[in-house]
Design a binder for this molecule. Structure first.
Ligand code: ZN
Length: 249
């Protein structure tokens, strides 16, 4: 029998986790967000996608997959109904504490795999300012891989390079949880943004109309299934390359 390459931590017992980590001391943490995703997608969209990609990534590589972190750094939605955000310092501390906990029982490398675009910038800060040189663990982070390829394949344009309740996220959700997607309410919406957008305080909450940023009407389940596979393939390659570089492959 081939050796098990992944384990879902939240569904496993302590002895199972200890045995797995003794043999495979690496972990993947899905980093989600709970925030408005327009009239047609649930607020857990980024969390559901992060968890699904993390699991498939582990199946194609290796790792203990943690339960998804459902709260993100979502300053852009501050005050917008149906959205939650952790502040910067809380998020940095949460990332640090997660890495420190894992390292304390033998995990040597952690991949913080995000489904929400603003999380990685704070994880980067946590790595550089609080984890690096203090916690004995190697850290990899980022959005799930393959988004550039998805944008190139998509039938609609992206909105300023962003990914929010658009054709891509809606397609991924049609593949993962079609019962939660209200395609009859999906819209095409490209909000106008001032020239200083992203380089000033102007953010998504200031320019949103429906909460969709792109063309959700072009989404299909078939595209979602293909892109889910692509995200897992690319993320697994990225993670394995990192592990090999640290002789943990
Ligand atoms: Zn999203």
């Amino acid at each position: 029998m081939s050796e098990q390459v992944f384990l879902e931590m939240g569904k496993a017992t302590r002895p199972e986790i200890e045995a797995f980590v003794a043999r495979c001391p690496v972990a993947i943490v899905p980093m989600g967000s709970t925030e408005q995703h327009g009239p047609h997608l649930p607020t857990a969209t980024d969390t559901i996608i992060a968890e699904a990609v993390a699991l498939r990534t582990a199946q194609k590589s290796k790792g203990l997959v943690l339960p998804a972190q459902p709260y993100g750094y979502a300053w852009v939605w501050k005050g917008v109904p149906a959205s939650l955000t952790m502040n910067f310092d809380s998020y940095v501390q949460m990332v640090h504490d997660t890495a420190e906990s894992l390292a304390s029982w033998g995990v040597k490398a952690v991949y913080f795999l995000s489904g929400h675009g603003a999380n990685p910038q704070v994880i980067k800060h946590a790595l550089r300012e609080t984890i690096s040189n203090k916690v004995d663990v190697k850290v990899l982070y980022g959005m799930y891989q393959g988004i550039g390829e998805m944008m190139a394949e998509a039938d609609s344009d992206d909105w300023l390079g962003d990914l929010h309740a658009d054709e891509i996220e809606t397609s991924l959700m049609l593949a993962l949880a079609p019962e939660l997607v209200h395609m009859d309410l999906a819209v095409r919406d490209y909000p106008e943004a001032p020239a200083d957008y992203g380089k000033s305080e102007e953010s998504m909450r200031h320019v949103m109309n429906t909460g969709v940023f792109g063309d959700a009407t072009r989404a299909t389940r078939e595209k979602g299934e293909r892109w889910l596979e692509l995200a897992a393939d690319r993320s697994a390659a990225f993670w394995l390359n990192f592990l090999n570089r640290h002789e943990l492959g």
